[in-house]
Each structure stands twice: as structure tokens, then as C-alpha cells.
Design a protein around this ligand. Sequence first.
Ligand code: BGC
Length: 367
Amino acid sequence: MAADTVRFSLLHRTCKLVVLLCLLHITVTVFFYVCSLDIRFSFAQNQQSKNESSSAQAHRVRNKDVTSGTEAKVVEVKKELVPQEQNRVQTRPPEELERCPETSPLLVGPLRVEFNRPVDLDQIRKQNPDLVLGGRFKPRDCVARTKVAIIIPFRKREEHLKFWLFYLHPILQRQQLDYGVYVINQDGDQVFNRAKLLNVGYLEALKDYEYECFVFSDVDLIPMDDRNTYGCFSQPRHLSVSMDKFGFRLPYNQYFGGVSSMSKEQYLKINGFPNNYWGWGGEDDDIFNRLSSKGMSISRPSGDVGKCRMIRHDRDKQNDPNPQRFDRIAHTRETMYKDGISSLVYRVLKTEKLDLFTKITVDVGKP
Ligand code: BGC
């Protein structure tokens, strides 16, 4: 009996010790995890502040907004003290500017992207004082290496668009691009046609400026690393290569959906995009087929740099999976010459040059 009691009390003490050790282990792990977050984000912040002061071009610390969506406070750095005119005087005349470096010194690397707190347009405007009407930007201190039009197919996704603008504008500016954002809004309630809207965006953007490069982006996809350049490469580029929705990997090797980019030449070589994919799916596979039939390959950033987050949402109304997509994809090589930018028909109903983007509302017809 006494031996049993001794054994029980020994077991009891051992269990207590194990529980205590577990608690200690958890505490230490949580402590180091929290510390590592602090270090990472303060590193990103320092990096950004250093770059901004050396280039003397930005007067607000923006990376805090980007690296931490939930702490979206604007940190003013003398902006109120520096009159607008004085800002301009600091900029050298365009003919004296050098070409921007191949890798922008303003990049900070991995970013924290969150969607749990709404953002508002006023806040985004304040955080991006260098934007010009229509959502246009050029670096002040160097000549951008490329002129990029960002085309976003759109309908009734205002909340997603705000997140896109909130995260992307600072990133694109740090990438030192000469860019403009074009939101192509499908009018009416007919079935959605993503690829046709992209074709419209291509033509309409070119009416605005001599763009050389086109980035086609869904409104709900946000890159998690600013080294993922929204520009063009010697081959068409797929940018959203590791999406959280697909467990941060490509769903299949030929996948070309989400965010992609093409130079004007690459786009024209494939006669643009198909106009007859109504509803969800297939149009990106058709574009892939067009590219590969023209002997082009897909370039991609690494899985790390190409990480991105998708804003979760229910499927849009009038965008159900297109049952004809499999049949259409099977015939891309025969149809691509008659269906594309060369056969595009649409009607612009309204063009609005807003502070953060250009919104073009179009009638693209119906199936
Ligand atoms: C569709 C594509 C889509 C992909 C990933 C494919 O079945 O045809 O349009 O991007 O699935 O969701």
C-alpha cells in the first residue's frame, strides 16, 4: 500500500514536471517567434527609410503601411514643412536624369499582407502623394526602364480594389516603374468576360501613353514580395506563381492565371487574348496555348519571390464556370488568328481619371 502511494506520488511529480517543461517550451517558442517578427519588420522599415532618404524623393515612410496592413498609419516625415514647389526644385530636369538601375534600391523584400481591416481611399491618397491623376507615376530621380500599363478586369469588387491600390501603389513606386493603373469595368449584368476586358485595357491604355509593357492582374491578388517586378521580360511572365489559395505552389505547369505580363510585341504576336470565353475559366489556358504555339516560353520569379495572397470571396454573380471552356481550349491553335485583338468589338461608356486609377466602363456585349 505504502509502496503504491510512493509510486503514485512519484508519477504525479513526474507528470507535473513534464507539464511544466511543456509550458516552458511553448513560452520560449512564442517569445522567439514574436521577436523574429519584430526584427523582420523593423528591418524592412529601416531599409525603406534609408532608401527614401538617400533618394530624397519620398517624404513619407510608406513601408509600414505595406508591411503591416493592420498598422496602416502614415508616418509623416517633414511633408508639411516642405512646400510642393521646393520638392520640384530638388528634381533634376528630365534630360539630366539617368536610367533607373536594373534592381531598384528601394525594394524591401517580403511583405506582410492582410485583409482583416478595411482601408479607405483617402488614406491611400495620402500615402501616395507622388501619384498623378489617373493613377500614374514616374520616378523623380531616374528614368524608368519601362512604361507599364497595369490592366485590371473588374465588376463590383470595390472592396478588393481598395486593398489592391493600398498594397500595389507603394510596391510599384518602389520598383521605380513609369506606370498607370487601368480598371476595366464591365457594364451591365451579362456574363463576365475577363479576357475581353483585358483586350480592351490594352487598347485603351495605349490611347493614353506609349506603354511598352502590360501587366494583367486580377483585382484580388496581392504580391507578398516587392522583388516580384511588375514589368516585362524576354519571355511572357507569369507573376502569381505561388498563391496561398493553391498552397503556395503552381496548380499545374501550364498555369498562366492571376497576374501575368507581356510586352507589346509578345501580346501582338499572339493576336492578344480570346474574346469568347464567357464566365469563369479557360481563358488563361487559351492564352498559354497561344504563347506556346508561337514558340514562346513562360518566365517566372522563384517560388519565394512569387508568393501572393488572394482575397477570399464567394464566386461573383454571372461568373459561373464556363462549360464550353474545355472545347475552346482544345482548338486555340485554329481559332487564335480570327479571335483576338484583331476582332475586338466594344463600346466605351465612360472614362474616369481618378486619383488612384483610370476607370473605363465598357459594354463588351454578351455571349
Ligand atoms: C481553369 C483556369 C483556372 C485554373 C485554376 C483551370 O481549370 O481553366 O482558368 O485559372 O483552373 O483555377
